[in-house]
Design a protein around this ligand. Structure first.
Ligand code: ADP
Ligand code: ZN
Ligand code: ZN
Length: 735
């Protein structure tokens, strides 16, 4: 075996690896990302390097290949750990090493070491309450938050203002300019001890038996990674908090990954309440400088718990003891930019490298991880009941929309849902209506039987193109637009674009008197858009909240007793092997919003596919049943975890030459792989054919073993260099 090793990152030549032989003694000890010592240069001085890939053979003459000296086991600096993670990332997800390094170690810019600074309220004439009222009136919420904090505290550390209170540095600057506040520097070091009492509270909750057991298993279990599979509201967050306490006591640090900051505000606040100034957040709306500053503090040990989406995973903690990935099934953990990495996978890898425990939590785990848990590769921890006594899971009714149509109900509200809406209106209880509009665009379906017109070669629906052609975005199959349903012959076929906005309109028309709030990408564009809508609904300023998947994520609305899912199938037929899993998870989450307190909740699920296993399992709130069916499907089509696949995407400025490059690349890769190991599909136009003036074509490689797929990826990278010549075409991967 041979290993490709990059030697030195200080050198600009980072993208050029060197081949080394792996001596027998080290077989098994060397893996992708391993830090190794290798002889380098004329003098063969030992240098530290990182393994970026493994090969069966080497292109060099045997006598020219040097051997790896040893694997560096212990005492890796945090930079070395992150570098190791970047090499793994490159191997697994593609991209150049430089791209991977910029994800993992985003900012090289040296931050000046800053003395702690404090904000003080200045004006002598204006009173604080007046200023707060004025800010609120002008809807300057961040400003108002900061001013309110001055009512209890004379001085507020800038770090608290930016983290805990989420006030941007721009706002602070403009308030300073206006003479409202001043910034004072403090001599001496460290803000610890200077932080007002109120900012670090305690958690008064005593864990129940299941929770205690979970904590014990994570901490004392042999396995690095644990999967906490717990129904919604079973108290997972309290478990994370306890685990962090334990880790901090040992002098180590913790990272908590959350899907999206705007939608998990309540959760983030719970961590602040418990750990006060030891906590910070990073997210995409911070400037590079702000992010770098927080990372620096983390490295210096001033911050010891970092919370945030994906990129928080790369916090340079020196002594990382725990990584929590909350709601790890969420698709936002899979990056949509090159390199398209999976943060759940990388979290597990970073845990391995750093010797930290990894906890994955969800009420509907990804089948990939659940399979590992069942097989014992990772620890499985089950939480079976809701933590708050008296609250139970909701009662779910499934409505077959084909029956509604037969009974001449053409409304988007089924008779059952309508009845229950009227009932809640009378009782003055709140309602949530969920419509996942995103998955619908372009698919053609039948209103009589509900069938979406699908591809004969792939299990996805065809997409409608403006020129009247239906196309498969996976294999390229196409046919003319249908005039009648291929299954039942009905002429009621077409693209039925029902969106949240339309639903809002229909509620107002069909249920006069109901007050409606809508939450989707269009209504939440402002900085605090999400929160304003959620808070209004919490204050009961509306009876109905209509929205996309944004409304189903983890929010806790005590007064909601009815949840309506208008079209459970919308996400079922999008061209992605995870569509059934995603549908199940969305339905389960949506159902979980009903009856969070002692009033029992009800949920109505409207569907054209009442016999689909994902819909039935969601109705019964039975993950295991879903898993059993889903894994069969994955096995049949060789999708993860029962197989592996890779999508190679070629993009370029010109349609024809890009298509040609994709075709030639596929042929080249195919010719170099032993037949039978993998299967090829395509190339075909990408789902989004043209993005930012660049044309995209992709082909799929599917196989039983991930190693074969990664080998195909490596070959594709090599061949692409040859094929592209001087053509401006690019290659990226997805898996
Ligand atoms: P999850 O993260 O699993 O959805 P949470 O940790 O948010 O669950 O807990 C749900 C609710 O139950 C919260 O209001 C929380 O304060 C409460 N809770 C959690 N654990 C306990 C406990 N041991 N005793 C009482 N209440 C609890
Ligand atoms: Zn039909
Ligand atoms: Zn197809």
């Amino acid at each position: 075996m041979f290993a490709e090793v990059i030697i030195d990152i200080v050198n600009q030549d980072v993208d050029r690896p060197f081949s080394y032989r792996i001596p027998d003694a080290l077989t098994g000890a060397v893996s992708i990302g391993s830090p190794v010592l290798v002889p380098f240069g004329k003098g063969n001085a030992l240098r530290k390097g990182y393994v970026v890939s493994l090969k069966e053979e080497s292109d060099l003459a045997p006598e020219k290949v040097k051997e790896i000296d040893s694997v560096v086991e212990k005492g890796l600096s945090v930079e070395e750990q992150l570098l190791s993670l970047a090499s793994y990332m490159r191997h697994r997800y593609g991209g150049t090493l430089y791209q991977c390094l910029s994800v993992v170690m985003p900012s090289k810019s040296e931050m000046r070491s800053k003395k702690p600074r404090f904000l003080v309220f200045l004006p002598e004439k204006a009173t604080l309450p007046d200023e707060i009222a004025l800010a609120l009136k002008k809807k300057h919420y961040a400003k108002a938050r900061l001013l309110e904090a001055f009512t209890d505290h004379e001085r507020i550390p800038t770090s608290i203002a930016s983290d805990r209170l989420s006030v941007s540095s721009a706002t602070i600057r403009s308030m300073e300019k206006a003479g409202l506040i001043g910034i004072v520097e403090e001599k001496g070091s460290g803000i610890r001890g200077e932080v007002p009492e109120a900012f670090s509270g305690g958690s008064g909750i005593t864990l129940n038996g299941e929770q205690e057991e979970a904590v014990k298993t994570v901490l004392s279990g042999e396995k690095t990674t644990s999967l906490i599979f717990g129904v919604t509201g079973s108290g997972k967050t309290e478990i994370y908090i306890r685990l962090i306490e334990e880790v901090l006591k040992e002098g180590r640090e913790a990272i908590v990954l959350i899907p999206e900051i705007a939608l998990t505000y309540q959760t983030v606040m719970r961590f602040y309440d418990r750990f006060g100034e030891l906590v910070s957040v990073v997210h995409s709306r911070l400037s590079q400088g702000e992010k770098a500053e927080r990372f620096m503090k983390a490295k210096a040990g001033e911050i010891r718990v970092m919370i945030g989406p994906r990129s928080a995973l790369f916090t340079p903690f020196r002594n990382l003891g725990l990584i929590v990935v909350d709601e790890f099934h969420e698709s936002s953990y899979r990056s949509d930019q090159v390199p398209k990495y999976d943060a759940v996978d990388l979290a597990v890898k970073r845990g391995e490298i750093a010797g930290a425990k990894v906890v994955l939590g969800s009420a509907s785990p990804l089948v990939e991880q659940y399979k590992k848990a069942l097989s014992g590769e990772i620890e499985l921890i089950r939480l079976t009941k809701r933590a708050v006594s008296g609250s139970s899971l909701p009662l779910v009714t499934l409505v077959d929309m084909r029956e509604e149509l037969k009974n001449r109900n053409r409304s988007v509200f089924s008779r059952a849902l309508r009845e229950k809406i009227l009932d809640r209106q009378q009782k003055g209880e709140q309602i949530m209506l969920f419509l996942n509009r995103r998955g619908y665009s372009g698919a053609v379906s039948c209103r009589s039987c509900g069938e979406a017109v699908g591809c004969p070669h792939c299990s996805v629906s065809l997409n409608y193109h403006r020129n009247g052609i239906l196309k498969c975005h996976i294999c390229g199959y196409e046919r003319p637009m249908v005039t009648e349903c291929p299954k039942c012959g009905s002429k009621l076929v077409g693209t039925f674009g029902l969106g949240t906005e339309k639903v809002e309109e229909l509620i107002l028309r069909e249920f006069p008197g109901l007050r409606v709030l809508r939450m989707d990408a269009d209504t939440t564009s402002g900085k605090n858009g999400h929160q304003e809508i959620l808070e209004k609904f919490l204050r009961e300023e509306a009876d109905v909240l209509v929205g996309t998947q944004m409304i189903v994520k983890g929010h806790d609305f005590p007064k909601v007793t009815l949840v309506g899912i208008l079209a459970a199938d919308l996400s079922l037929f999008i061209p992605d092997f995870r569509s059934a899993e995603r549908t199940f998870e969305l339905l389960l989450q949506a159902e979980g919003r009903a009856g969070r307190r002692d009033t029992p909740g009800e949920c109505v699920v409207q569907t054209y596919n009442p016999e689909h296993y994902a819909v039935i399992a969601a109705k019964n709130q039975d993950y295991e049943a879903f898993y059993r069916e889903e894994i069969k499907y994955r096995k049949m089509l060789l999708y993860p975890p029962e197989g592996a696949f890779l999508c190679a995407r070629v993009s370029g400025k010109y349609d024809d030459s890009t298509a040609l490059a994709a075709e030639r690349l596929k042929k080249a890769v195919e010719s170099r792989l032993s037949p039978g190991l993998v299967r090829f599909l395509g190339p075909a136009e990408d789902t989004l054919k043209k993005v930012k003036d660049s044309y995209r074509y992709c082909f799929y490689v599917k196989g039983k073993e991930l190693s074969d797929i990664l080998r195909a990826k490596q070959i594709a990278e090599e061949e692409f260099e040859r094929i592209r010549g001087s053509e401006k075409v690019y290659l990226t991967f997805e898996s």
